[in-house]
Design a protein around this ligand. Structure first.
Ligand code: CU
Length: 149
């Protein structure tokens, strides 16, 4: 028994959109599984790499303006998961920091990688605050977020 599937020309666009959606779903699910394989048992604790970055420009009056960032600015962690943050200092000198709500302190220095291990027990959003660049006057706020789900 064989059946032939015929797509009419006027339905081809719809078919193409549905096929693309199915393909994207398959790719997304495979990616999620790869991510779980890496974060689950294969690597423990899971390593999350960040860097310090800097935006620099000139205002219309010629004044130098700058801001400092953690990149990526937001990382996602599962409740109870142990992760190691490896933060490499690229720009902006030294960045003493605290992670509010997790009782973590540290400092990132240019050219060095600071490692911090955390196991957030509760869901929530935990700010990573640089104590040197707290507000716009100081080139901040240099804040990132650990989102625990
Ligand atoms: Cu900083």
């Amino acid at each position: 028994m064989s059946r032939v599937f015929v797509i009419r020309r006027r339905h081809f666009g719809l078919f193409a959109v549905m096929a693309a959606a199915v393909l994207m779903t398959v790719v997304f699910l495979r990616y999620e599984r790869m991510d779980e394989a890496v974060s689950g048992t294969a690597v423990n604790p899971r390593v999350i790499q960040l860097v310090t970055g800097e935006f620099e420009s000139r205002a219309e009056d010629g004044r130098k303006i700058e801001a400092y960032i953690w990149h990526p600015g937001t990382v996602y962690v599962r409740k109870g998961e142990t992760v190691e943050l490896q933060i490499k200092g690229i720009s902006g000198g030294n960045h003493p920091f605290v992670i509010e709500g997790l009782g973590v302190k540290g400092e990132v220095r240019t050219g060095e990688t600071t490692k911090v291990v955390v196991t957030p027990a509760a869901a929530g959003t935990y700010p990573i605050l640089c104590l040197t660049h707290l507000d716009q006057e100081q080139g901040g706020p240099m804040v990132g977020y650990i989102v625990v789900q």
